[in-house]
Design a protein. Structure first.
Length: 117
């Protein structure tokens, strides 16, 4: 079954850290670029970070230096991670992983990240 499942979100204080995980089942995810996206309440979904199949990364200016995207293989799944340090209230959003560019077919439920004191 082809699917993406995000996890690892939660409530964290400003300056804190979280590590998001994405389990991607399906061979397509192993050979394509992947990305993390986020959508804050009332706003459009934005690109946060991308990683190619070869491990080349790119980041939105707003998270550069604070977030790190990585990927790995775990049996038949492609795992994509987002290490988030120095979190700010403006990072509050639902975080999604998907192919890059994003595919309508594979949007999952996402994982909520809330940064608040």
């Amino acid at each position: 079954q082809v699917q993406l499942v995000e996890s690892g979100g939660g409530l964290v204080q400003p300056g804190g850290s979280l590590r998001l995980s994405c389990a991607a089942s399906g061979s397509i995810f192993g050979i394509r670029a992947m990305a993390w996206y986020r959508q804050a309440p009332g706003k459009q979904r934005d690109l946060v970070a991308t990683i190619t199949s070869g491990g080349i990364t790119n980041y939105a200016d707003s998270v550069k230096g604070r977030f790190t995207i990585s990927r790995d293989r775990d049996n038949a799944k492609t795992m994509v991670y987002l290490q988030m340090n120095g979190l700010k209230p403006e990072d509050t959003a639902i975080y999604y992983c998907n192919l890059y560019p994003g595919s309508r077919t594979y949007w999952g439920q996402g994982t909520q990240v809330t940064v608040s004191a």
